[in-house]
Design a protein around this ligand. Structure first.
Ligand code: HEM
Length: 422
């Protein structure tokens, strides 16, 4: 085994900043390809200095070792945020639970949430998600045009998460917009500032909802969290708020991003669309390939907790490490024909759900949402065609590979549901 003291500690910094306009303008995949081929564990002086990890082997190594690499976040008395899953740390606004806690606390929180997100639990949510899907497709089907990114990809996942939390689904946009904009716009932009204010408003609303459910509990997820015991004592208000905030954050941007990218791909590749339309049972396998190709969450961070060697580099405690899931997913050493969307690719060991301790809690829910939504769209509006000129991705693709807008047209159809407008 190579010991840290045997390795050269001199760093040759690379020019890299995933939050910069250049990163998005050049195309994240191109930037990552260069790094992966030259310096898979590279040091950048941007954002206060951080490591950037781009190879599948090393991204997986870090994700599987939550002892050496912590996700833990902390806020000091002055409100300064440190650690956590973002670089720079200040991009985090509320310590997210369970995402940004280590063991032993992590296990308590994960145990609290896991039964509500298990395959069995999610199976019971299918009728609710299917009904919402039919409802939102009904809203646009007669017009023969819609914004696929907003009216379908954003509305349905956000509404189903709101429904699980016990919140009126008509409020889906109020809850989801600040999350989209906080990740889709660069810090310093007016949209980002507005999103931060919006998120602060959401934190306050969550606090009120928790207080209300403590007084008057129901069967919903907020009541479940509000009445939990953690470490043998009732969960405190701040922890309950953080858990609910994390469920919003995990639930409103990610599935949306996957769907929007799948719509764009299927609109541009008629043969891939036909492959699915002719046999919808191919959707689950194809969804995993969309996950690999489009990697909704592009990159998240850890903090080094003890001296480590990674890809021949010496990492010191306190240093930040950005893990590029997007790059790992295109690593030719792991994925043959890595840049091709192979709709029936199996096995498919992509890292888009994360890996190890913090692997996505909502993966079964997200898979079900994607399967039901894609299958309804491919059945009821199979000839949809996106307007390439007017479609726009997030101005900042450093963290989420999202879309602001995706106008589309299709042959009009008839409404199916009797549910009122949301
Ligand atoms: C396509 C959709 C989704 C993607 C791509 C995605 C991606 C991820 C990733 C990459 C992580 C790991 C974070 C890390 O390594 O630090 C994660 C964790 C998590 N996700 Fe998801 N997610 C999706 C859907 C959802 C949904 C629908 C929910 C719930 C409503 C959810 C809730 C969570 C939670 C609570 C965690 C933290 C798990 C823990 O720390 O134990 N996610 N997700």
């Amino acid at each position: 085994m190579v010991m840290p003291q045997e390795l050269p500690t001199a760093r040759c910094p690379v020019a890299f900043d995933h939050n910069s306009p250049e990163h998005t303008a050049r195309g994240p995949l191109e930037v990552y390809r260069e790094l992966r081929n030259s310096t898979p564990v590279a040091w950048s002086e941007s954002n206060g200095g951080y490591w950037v990890v781009t190879s599948y082997a090393e991204v997986s190594e870090v994700l599987r070792d939550a002892v050496t690499y912590t996700s833990g976040a902390a806020t000091d008395d002055a409100g300064n945020y440190s650690g956590g899953i973002f670089v720079p740390a200040e991009r985090g606004l509320v310590p997210m639970i369970p995402t940004e806690v280590d063991n032993p606390q992590w296990e308590d929180f994960r145990r609290l949430l896991a039964p509500r997100f298990s395959p069995t639990a999610v199976w019971d949510y299918r009728p609710m998600i299917a009904e919402l899907t039919t409802h939102y497709v009904d809203q646009v089907i007669e017009a023969g045009e819609c914004d696929l990114a907003v009216d379908i990809a954003a509305a349905i996942p956000a509404s189903s998460v709101l429904q699980l939390l016990g919140i009126d689904v008509a409020e889906w946009a109020t809850y989801s917009e600040p999350f989209h904009n906080a990740l889709g716009y660069p810090p310093g932009s007016p949209e980002y500032a507005e999103a931060v204010t919006g998120l602060q408003g959401i934190v306050e609303r969550i606090r009120e909802l928790i207080a209300r459910r403590r007084r008057d509990p129901g069967a919903d997820l907020i009541s479940h969290v509000a009445s939990a015991e953690i470490g043998g004592a009732p969960i405190d208000d701040e922890a309950a708020m953080s858990v609910v905030y994390t469920l919003f954050s995990g639930g409103v941007d990610t599935t949306t991003t996957l769907l929007a990218n799948a719509f764009a791909y299927l609109s541009r590749h008629p043969e891939a669309r036909e492959f699915l339309v002719s046999d919808l049972s191919r959707l689950p396998v194809a969804t995993e390939e969309f996950m690999r190709m489009f990697t909704p969450v592009q990159a998240l961070a850890r903090t080094v907790r003890k001296p480590a060697v990674l890809g021949g580099q010496v990492l010191s405690p306190g240093e930040r490490v950005l893990l590029s899931y997007a790059s790992a997913n295109r690593d030719e050493a792991t994925f043959p024909r890595a840049d091709e969307c192979v709709m029936d690719r199996m096995p498919n060991k992509h890292v888009s759900w994360g890996l190890g301790l913090h692997r996505c809690l909502g993966s079964h829910l997200a898979r079900t949402q994607v399967e039901l939504i894609l299958s309804e769209v491919l059945t009821r509006m199979p000839d949809f065609s996106i307007d390439e000129q007017r479609s726009r991705q997030y101005p900042n693709l450093g963290i989420v590979n999202g879309w602001v807008t995706m106008p589309a047209t299709f042959t009009p159809g008839r409404r199916l549901s009797t549910r009122g407008a949301a």
